[in-house]
Ligand binder design. Structure first.
Ligand SMILES: Cc1cc2nc3c(=O)[nH]c(=O)nc-3n(C[C@H](O)[C@H](O)[C@H](O)COP(=O)(O)OP(=O)(O)OC[C@H]3O[C@@H](n4cnc5c(N)ncnc54)[C@H](O)[C@@H]3O)c2cc1C
Length: 400
């Protein structure tokens, strides 16, 4: 196969695919048309927060001159794909132009979910996904004023850190009983809340948000919680999860996963043999993955298929994660909530030192299924490498 490949989405995963293809001789005769909705070429979204700590958009770019000057690559910045005609094998771009493809890869990522509560569109409300979002947040920052982040997951805490670095006083509202509910258990979440609380962050767990309220200037003035309490706020950042960008699926007749995303098999193939989906927009065997590492595996797999090599089926991915802001050490990996039947938990907690560690073992008492570390994550790398294997020592010793 050769001809034109259209890549819809130039984010972290789309760019990884582009790198693989450019590096492969077998793809040398292809033309690659990249549609980028954002006005910038791919950048390091994982490091997005560093943009508020002095790194520039240029520092964050993933796209060097070798890509921009490659005659095989046509990068259309700020021109998203708006529709796909599978019968004609063409995509239409926002500028009205059409391109016929031999292969189409969808890498459209996710968008932040904004719950439709009253006031969610008021001036002063933001999301936290793109450089443009951060520009808007920075432009509106009022040093000394309070800001509220709705959602206490990993990204919510990054957004709270962002408000702090803009001189605002951050509060986080989380509907679950503790922070980072996907990666931590209650004990780990409690230590995290204490640590970030000491740094001046307000933590409000177990609370829903009823409304975002406007002041006399028409801009955000506060957030009313479901129990009636009011938190003053001049900026509100929504960080309540993401949704896959799969709006191209319906009109093109491509199936979606149950919770959204382009439905693909373990090789990232849609039901159309000319169309693949990779990254956060792909529902691989029905499941979307919100981290970059699984997306990179998908990009590798599709690059292999497009260059006529054998591709490995997607092996799945866990939600292990380590907080990378506030200088606070917390991490969770594997089955943090001990959901496997018969799982055994070993916990060690030191209130004075504000540390908490938990290991989750299989019913055999030896196989490591998961764990939580808060206040001290030095053992994270070693423990993660044991995931699914027998522990190399008694859990009591490993927790020390
Ligand atoms: C603040 C922050 C911190 C993060 N930290 C981590 C972390 O520590 N570890 C981790 O693993 N992950 C982290 N992530 C998640 C990580 O950034 C994503 O998993 C990764 O960017 C996914 O890559 P992607 O290419 O699938 O999507 P994206 O990077 O979102 O790129 C998709 C691109 O496609 C564009 N697009 C959408 N529709 C169209 C269309 N129709 N036509 C053309 N273009 C379109 C979008 O505008 C976007 O530019 C973080 C994310 C954020 C926001």
């Amino acid at each position: 196969m050769s001809g034109t490949l259209v890549l819809a989405g130039h984010g972290m995963v789309g760019h990884r695919l582009l790198e693989h293809l450019r590096a492969d001789e077998r793809f040398a005769s292809w033309r690659i048309v990249v549609a980028a909705e954002e006005p910038r070429a791919a950048y390091d979204r994982v490091a997005l927060s560093s943009y508020l700590d002095g790194r520039s958009a240029r520092d964050l770019t993933l796209t060097g001159p070798e890509v921009l000057e490659d005659p095989r690559v046509e990068l259309r910045l700020g021109v998203p794909v708006v529709s796909i005609d599978r019968a004609a094998r063409t995509v239409t771009f926002a500028d009205g132009s059409d391109v016929r493809y031999e292969a189409l890869v969808l890498a459209t990522g996710s968008k932040p979910f904004v719950p439709p509560i009253p006031g969610h569109t008021l001036p002063g409300c933001f999301t936290y996904r793109t450089l443009a979002d951060l520009d808007a947040l920075r432009a509106a920052a009022e040093p000394g004023a309070a800001g509220v982040v709705i959602g206490g997951g990993l990204l919510g805490l990054e957004a709270a850190q962002a408000l702090r670095s803009l001189g605002m006083r951050p509060h986080v509202v989380e509907v679950a009983p503790h922070l980072m509910p996907l990666q931590l258990d209650e004990g780990g979440g409690a230590v995290l809340a204490r640590l970030v609380g000491r740094l001046g962050m307000g933590v409000h767990c177990g609370h829903g948000v009823a409304s975002v309220d406007a002041g006399p200037d028409g801009r955000v003035r506060g957030v009313t919680l479901a129990d009636g309490d009011v938190l003053p706020a001049r900026s509100v950042v929504f960080s309540a999860g993401v949704r896959p960008r799969d709006e191209l699926a319906g009109p093109a007749g491509l199936p979606r996963g149950e919770r959204g995303g382009f439905l693909v098999d373990a090789h990232c193939r849609t039901e159309d043999p000319r169309i693949w989906a990779i990254g956060e927009c792909a529902a691989v065997l029905g499941r979307c993955h919100g981290l970059v590492a699984p997306g990179h595996l998908m990009a590798e797999s599709v690059a292999a298929q497009l260059t006529g090599r054998a591709s490995e089926p997607f092996p799945g991915a866990d939600t292990s994660a380590k907080l990378k802001v506030f200088g606070v050490d917390v991490a969770g990996f594997g089955d943090v909530h001990a959901r496997v039947e018969g799982a055994l938990s070993f916990v060690r907690e030191d209130h004075a030192a504000a540390t908490y560690a938990k290991l989750v073992l299989g019913p055999d008492g030896r196989t490591l299924l998961g764990g939580v570390l808060a206040g001290d994550t030095r053992a994270y790398g070693e423990l993660r490498s044991m995931l699914g294997h027998e522990l190399t020592g008694p859990p009591e010793r490993l927790l020390v």
